[in-house]
Design a protein. Structure first.
Length: 250
């Protein structure tokens, strides 16, 4: 678990502290305690290790809605957002790191309500649900807009868990779209979620990246961060951290 602090304006100007934020509930990518602000997950550990290697500090900013984080990233009041899929629109505004890890997207259904799934078209004619504002990559998002009936629910992660479970358990929706490990963590933790199951076929597998501001006073550090990220991946450091989160009970 990693504690967030309050960086000073002077530190930001010297760029000896990088201001970061990210999602509250995306296992194993990043999670935040809504009580303490502590951050855990593969990406917080990765950015702290990279910062250590290049000799700067990390300031985890207060929990903020994701869309507001992107606004802050664009205006330079935030240096990095931990955890995002690639989209053309975002790539025009921000600097994308190389892939940190892959996130397999899965379909979760009520046990006994499984259906054959081997292509996106198998989801047509069924009601799906997904987190409000969530993206699962440009190709699937576009297909969903054009071909699928899908409802975005609950911008607050705890409310999403509650509403997703309620809709699936009461058969008011046919399936939910989630990162596979995130969904399996919900099944492990949430009361009643053990009545859900993930279908084997992956909807898509997306690279998860770090977004960097092009306008912040730390933007010039991007190349150094990227160099260290590639070294961590080559060393097997990220895969070791990821394997810890994939063990039962993590």
């Amino acid at each position: 678990m990693l504690a967030g602090g309050q960086g000073t304006a002077q530190a930001a100007e010297r760029c000896d502290t990088i201001r970061v934020n990210g999602t509250v509930d995306w296992y194993p990518v990043m999670r935040r305690s809504t009580n303490t602000g502590l951050a855990s997950g593969v990406l917080p550990k990765t950015v702290v290790e990279i910062a250590r290697r290049i000799g700067i500090d990390v300031d985890f900013r207060p929990i903020t809605p994701f869309k507001r984080q992107l606004v802050q990233l664009e205006n330079g009041s935030l240096d990095a957002v931990l955890g995002a899929y690639w989209t053309k629109e975002r790539a025009e505004k921000f600097q994308y790191s190389s892939r940190v890890l892959d996130d397999e997207v899965a379909i979760f259904v009520l046990k006994g309500k499984e259906f054959p799934l081997s292509k996106w078209a198998d989801l047509e004619g069924r009601l799906g649900i997904r987190p409000f504002g969530g993206s699962y990559g440009e190709d699937f998002d576009e297909y969903a807009r054009e071909k699928l009936t899908m409802q975005e629910i609950a911008p607050v992660p705890t409310e999403f868990r509650r509403d997703m479970l309620g809709m699936l358990l009461n058969e008011n929706a046919d399936y939910a779209v989630l990162g596979r490990f995130h969904g399996l963590k919900i099944i492990e933790e949430a009361e009643g979620a053990d009545q859900l199951i993930d279908l084997n076929w992956p909807v898509v597998s997306n690279g998860v990246h770090i977004l960097f501001s092009k306008t912040s006073t730390c933007a010039h550090l991007f190349d150094r961060f990227e160099e260290q990220l590639r070294k961590l991946r080559a060393e097997g450091w990220i895969e070791t951290v990821l394997s810890d989160y994939r063990r039962p009970g993590q």
